[in-house]
Design a protein around this ligand. Structure first.
Ligand SMILES: [Zn+2]
Length: 430
């Protein structure tokens, strides 16, 4: 594979010192970043290396979507303005019963196209037919954490668990460099204790991570307290879920004690501000989580409840939402941007990801900053958090490979993908 030399770029490193390098160069070596620094000190390109002149562009680590249900692009706009349980039980689950592997494959490719256009290079997915999502990941070139989903409140729950175990075994045997397997017990209200404990045991057996939904709504917490005397987070701690590296989506109604538990156990949180707002779920105590030292990433959740997969928009939402209570410093621009990059990687327990630094994975987005809404120049972090949008992303690199350049896809036939998803949607919603 030819190495890449990105030259004349403004590089937002996303380290803890908020380093920004002007007139910089980024050089890859295969799947990793080899050099980041002043252009004058950069190694010269070899004859077969690819050179990208990024004058006027800003480089950031590829954005991380720490919680999504990618194939729910099929549900985009199909059921708006409803609370979570009504939305799930009346609008989502009845249609999901008819979704095929093929539907998931094309809807996942659509989601990947949408995310690449928005500078997203890693996503953390939880959806049915995970093998179809994996195909979309392999073919497109993007990076993903893929959860083998389990729910326990259906007649074929045991079969689902066996299927999830087989899928995790297959992922481990394959050892794909861009796929990280997770177990995905959906939530405490869909996975009873005995099954949750089985999943924890399997996760230990195979050494894989966990991805689940906890404390998304006040109603969920109340019914958990009524049934067990504990919050969902305390209950999962009692079931020893957090003895594996875990990513918790939402945590909207996490108590102070819950936050202490999450911090103590090293649990990552995927904060989904748009989805929480849209479903009326509430405002997650993100400033308290950050103060407790929890790795908080940003997720779009599925396109059924967002309705986009645009992580840059979640950066803005997160930075704004937590100010609503009256503290304009609650989540600053740099903090929100870290949540979409370095912290997102930490929330998924992925190493060498989310920063532009030697030895890190070469997942990079270049944004065209020569735009009216990004002028005057400089002020890069502010512009990224508050003014830039997905349409500013020009070039996307994952694992050292250019997947989009000048907004043109290298690996995806977008018109074919759109046509196939329209066919699926016509059938499912007819
Ligand atoms: Zn979700």
């Amino acid at each position: 594979m030819a190495n890449l030399h990105i030259r004349n770029v403004t590089a937002v490193i996303m380290d803890e010192h908020h380093t920004i390098l002007e007139q910089a160069a980024i050089v890859t070596d295969g799947a990793h970043i080899h050099f980041v620094g002043p252009l004058a000190q950069a190694p010269d390109p070899a004859a077969d290396d690819a050179v990208i002149d990024a004058d006027g562009m800003v480089a950031i680590p590829g954005l991380i979507n720490a919680h999504t249900h990618l194939a729910m692009t099929l549900f985009r706009g199909a059921a708006d303005d409803l609370p979570l349980m009504t939305w799930l039980q009346e609008k989502i689950w009845p249609v999901e019963a008819h979704i095929t592997r093929d539907d998931v494959y094309w809807a996942s490719l659509l989601g990947i196209a949408e995310m690449l256009r928005a500078g997203v290079t890693t996503f953390n997915d939880m959806y049915w037919h995970v093998e179809a999502v994996a195909d979309a990941v392999r073919e497109s070139g993007i990076r993903a954490g893929l959860s083998a989903v389990v729910i326990g409140v259906v007649p074929h729950a045991e079969a689902l668990l066996h299927e999830a175990e087989a899928r995790v075994q297959a992922f481990i045997a394959e050892g794909h460099p861009r796929i990280v397997p997770f177990f995905g017990p959906h939530a405490p209200y869909t996975v009873p204790e005995a099954m949750m404990r089985k999943i924890v045991a399997l996760a230990h057996t195979y050494g894989v991570r966990m991805h689940t939904h906890l404390s998304e709504t006040a109603g969920e917490v109340e019914s958990s307290r009524n049934l067990s005397g504990m919050t969902p987070i305390a209950l999962m701690d009692a079931y020893e879920l957090f003895t594996r590296p875990t990513t918790v989506a939402h945590g909207v109604h996490a108590t102070d004690h819950d936050i202490a538990v999450l911090a103590h156990r090293g649990v990552g949180v995927a904060h989904c501000p748009s989805s929480n707002m849209k479903l009326g779920s509430g405002i997650a105590p993100v400033p308290d989580m950050l103060r407790a030292g929890i790795a908080v990433g940003l997720g779009t959740d599925g396109a059924g409840s967002n309705n986009t997969l645009d992580v840059l928009r979640e950066v803005r939402q997160a930075a704004l939402l937590h100010k609503v209570g009256g503290d304009a410093t609650a989540v600053r621009a740099a903090t929100a941007l870290a949540m979409a990059t370095r912290q997102g990687a930490a929330a998924m327990h992925l190493e060498h990801l989310g920063m532009l630094a030697p030895g890190y994975l070469a997942d990079i987005a270049l944004l065209d900053f020569q735009q009216p809404h990004l002028t005057p120049g400089g002020r890069v972090v502010s512009h990224l958090a508050y003014a830039a949008y997905a349409g500013d992303v020009d070039t996307v690199i994952v694992h050292g490979k250019v997947l989009m350049r000048g907004r043109q896809f290298a690996t995806l036939d977008i018109e074919r993908i759109r046509a196939r998803v329209r066919e699926s949607a016509d059938r499912l919603f007819s």
